[in-house]
Ligand binder design. Structure first.
Ligand code: CTP
Ligand code: CA
Length: 219
């Protein structure tokens, strides 16, 4: 007889997660986005739900199915993601910011489709900075336990710990961004007050369960 059981590490906990890319419009038919697939964030949402949590997933545009039992709210822009997160953040036990949020939006987005110019002139886009969702949640009184992600392209160990301090959060999960976007596997480094620890290369769902266990023992 094989006895399979789940230890409900997050039973009764409320967990809020952002995932996927954001989409910042240029005009009604065009926009700026990034290579995030949402796979890591959705895997964490599924793992948190399996661990007994009540999970709210605020998602940018992805091609993924909603994990069973997870409450999903779809957004497009960083500003929309910020607004939905802030209206759901109070009373949450854990916030995991996995989304690849656009740092900038197009300040002069056009209400109508931009037409090609006969003289070959090109549109001039101007940018303004988006709100930092993780920093906003981390600054709330009675804030949830905040977990950040960092997709770096180099010097992960240095940038990871620097980013954790700058954001003022207890746990930051680092990965090498362009090596993981869209893939089924990842390799994570956890940064906390005690230093850093590796979660070796594995399927994202396996890593998500390990990360949920790491979060559960810290709250
Ligand atoms: N994040 C966020 N809102 C933003 C930008 C980032 O919530 N407007 C979150 C991400 O979801 C991630 C963490 O902050 O959990 C780190 O994102 P990252 O892009 O690595 O950090 P930045 O502070 O934006 O720094 P930079 O892009 O310059 O490296
Ligand atoms: Ca960024």
């Amino acid at each position: 007889v094989i006895a399979a059981f789940h230890v409900k590490l997050l039973a009764g906990r409320q967990v809020l997660i952002t995932a996927g890319p954001t989409f910042e419009p240029i005009d009604p038919v065009r926009g700026i986005t990034n290579l995030s697939s949402g796979k890591m964030g959705y895997a964490i949402a599924r793992a948190a739900r399996e661990a007994g949590a009540e999970v709210t997933l605020v998602s940018g545009p992805t091609a993924l199915a909603t994990p069973y039992g997870v409450h999903r709210i779809n957004v497009q822009t960083a500003q929309q993601m910020h607004d939905v997160v802030m209206s759901h953040a109070s009373g949450q036990d854990v916030f995991v910011a996995v989304a690849a949020v656009a740092d900038w939006r197009v300040a002069n987005a056009s209400a109508q489709k931009i037409k090609k110019n006969a003289d070959g002139g090109v549109p001039q886009l101007a940018f303004e900075q988006n709100p930092d969702i993780l920093a906003a949640v981390a600054a709330m009184p009675g804030r949830p336990y905040c977990v950040g992600f960092a997709a770096e392209s180099e010097e992960l160990l240095r940038h990871g710990e620097e980013k954790r301090r700058k954001k003022g959060i207890p746990l930051l999960v680092g990965n090498i961004g362009h090596q993981t976007f869209g893939r089924d596997e990842n390799e994570l480094v956890l940064f906390d007050d005690a230093g850093h620890a590796q979660l070796p290369r594995a399927d994202k769902q396996v890593l998500a369960r390990q990360l949920v266990a790491e979060i559960a023992r810290r709250i």
